[in-house]
Design a protein around this ligand. Sequence first.
Ligand code: PLP
Length: 344
Amino acid sequence: MKPLQQLVRPNIWQLSPYSSARDEYSGHEAHVFLDANENPYNKPYNRYPDPLQRQLKHVIAGVKQVPEDCIFLGNGSDEAIDLVYRVFCEPGRDNVVAIEPTYGMYKVCADINNVEYRPVLLDEHYQMSADKLLRACDSTTKAVWVCSPNNPSGNNMQVEEVEKLLRHFDGIVVVDEAYSDFSTVPVFRRRLSEFPNLIVLNTMSKAWGCAAIRLGMAFASKDIIGLFNKVKYPYNVNQLTQQHALEALSDRLQVEKWVKLLLQERKTMMASFTELRVCEKVYPSDANFFLAKMTDANGIYKYLVERGIIVRNRSKVRLCGNCLRITIGTKSENDELLGALREL
Ligand SMILES: *Cc1c(COP(=O)(O)O)cnc(C)c1O
């Protein structure tokens, strides 16, 4: 890996971050707060939240088995994705490389930040080749995006290929593990000390059932997390979100039950799909969704919409011709979808 200073935008490296009222007094016991121009009434919502979400990070560190100072929390993973560009990529000069097809936000954020985005096609089994990704990199490539299990294909990337990329690329490798709760493959977030150039993304939006509260996580070296903290909005995770996340994290058993149920449902759904007249192929999945190649994805999509059933039409995505992406719902939702498709 290049020295971090060489990877970070010079203006960000030199940036003195905003120092909030709540940052400055830490370490002392205080009970009179006349520092932040807050209204003293309307407790508890009158006070600014902890800008570094310390209590929440303490709990997440235990659940995710990652040191507290290696955790960044943001307004969804989307904030962390955007920060990768804002911290590392000089607009109009630097570029990033990504597996293709994958999650759409990596490219949208690249476009917003005016950073060149270089997609590298997966193979016919939706597997990545580290060598192929490395060949797309040059001296101004700052980051490579990997997603595992990948959206929309649903499969895990081969661990050896991700390791090879981490070892041979001299910039940042982001591994988005948004769906890792549904998979049994060992996670990269536990290997931060092995790979100083690794950033792992996690989210409360999927297995944890909290998409509405907008809480995403990035796990990385202390130094990278420090850069993220410098650039983020001071109070990027609001108090309501922090409170609800603490509640959700206190019931890990519930999440385990949901995951078990969803994996059972995924198995029956995938088996039922292979029996459908209108389904040509079901791709293997390590996530809470699967990809299915249909006879006529556009027609079937429209037919389902008319019945009030919405799936994701991925037929315009490269390597996903005629594919629908099906999220696993409740038993009755899944049955309704199957019932509608059996009529075709
Ligand atoms: C759903 C998803 C996310 C979650 O994004 P949030 O902003 O945390 O809701 C992140 N990455 C991938 C690949 C996803 O599919």
